[in-house]
Each structure stands twice: as C-alpha cells, then as structure tokens.
Design a binder for this molecule. Sequence first.
Ligand code: SF4
Length: 230
Amino acid sequence: MSKQITFILEPDNGKFTAEVSGLSTHVLSALKSDLGSSQQVNCGKPSRAGQTELSQCKKTAQDDSQTIWLYQIYHGSVVDGPGRRSVIQVAGCSIRCPGCYVPETHDRTNGRLVSVSSIIEEIIANRYKHDGVTILGGEPFDQPGSVAELVFRLKRLGIHIVIYSGNTMRTLADRRDTSIHYIITHVDLLIDGPFINQLAGNAGEYRGSQNQRLIFDSQDRTKAPLTSAI
Ligand code: SF4
C-alpha cells in the first residue's frame, strides 16, 4: 500500500485538513498528537463539521410536490469530490454493502421526506461555502425521479455536481430508466460501484474501495467519458 498525506488549507476560513492513507500506526499517532482528532472518510463518509440540521430544510417542505428522502445536508467537505463541497446525503439504500461506513442511512425512515425546493434553497443560501455539490447516500439511484429533479435544478444554477452510487454504471444503464439516464448524462462526475471492505486500502481520491471508479463528463476531454464506462 502506498503512503500518502494530502494537506488542504481553505484560505477563506483558515480550516486545515490532512487526508492520509497507508501510514504506519506510530506516524498516525504523531499526526494526531500534532493536529488533533481524526475520522474515517471516503465512500461518502461524511465529515460532521458544519452539518446543517435537517429541520432547517423541512420548513419549506410543503411548498413543492417534488420530494426526496433526505438524511442530512452538510457544507465544507473536502473529501467528497474536487474542491469544497456542499453534500446532499439522501436516506435509503437497498444495496447494503458489508462494512458500509454509513449504515444509519440505509433505512429511509431515518431521514425525512423534504421538498426538492427546500434543498435548493439551502444550497443557494450556502453557495459561498462550496465549489460544487455532491449527492451521496444512502443510494441516490434508489430515488431516481427525485434525484433527476434535483440534478436538473442544480444544473440550471450552473453548479458542478458529483454523484456517488453503489451500483455500477452497467447496472444503472441496464435499468433503462429515463430519470437515471438524465442523471448520468448531466452530472460532472459519477463515482460508481459498491463498497468492498477487502479493497478499502489505498482506494484513491474520493473513493472508499479500489473497485470504485471516477467517471467523468464526456465534455471533459482530459478524463474518461461517461458513455465509454458502461
Ligand atoms: S451503496 Fe453506499 S450507502 Fe449503500 S451500503 Fe454501499 S457503501 Fe453503504
């Protein structure tokens, strides 16, 4: 396993983050003693810092017939995609990977049914805190119609979107669902595949296990196109 330390300093708020992988126990201990507490990340594992109470999203839930099962929204993540992300974590996952970091999101009733409009309001209100939005779960593609609506409204605002799925691109394509097709052809980055505990080491940027892939928008010629990843 290769050793890696990435230091991230956010100039607008002075927040400092060190992301590490493959380090020995004594190096990790030395880092913790210098920098403070640590937590597991990747595979959509949320940073709890700056998370927003769901109740703030609920206030406009009646304003819109388009609803989605939401676990939480949090801001300022630097591990769920490029730059600083606002993260929409949906509730409900039918995939149930062994060793999943976020089992609390599996049952959708652990979240709340909220309007898509209330989520958009929250994202707009916190726009200064992010360079883009990440949608993860739970499993976003368990709610394709609602997530497609979310993607449509975010894209209308010109927002960069990352989405995670425990499904592979092939599985998603085989469902032949128009909402799924809309999502995978409009997001900027899809991170696909289930979390596999045995492959968790040295998984790479933004990923929880080595099998997961970063699949980019075909408009970005420097990256693997979405359509060739099926
Ligand atoms: S798809 Fe994601 S949320 Fe669902 S079980 Fe797998 S790792 Fe957990």
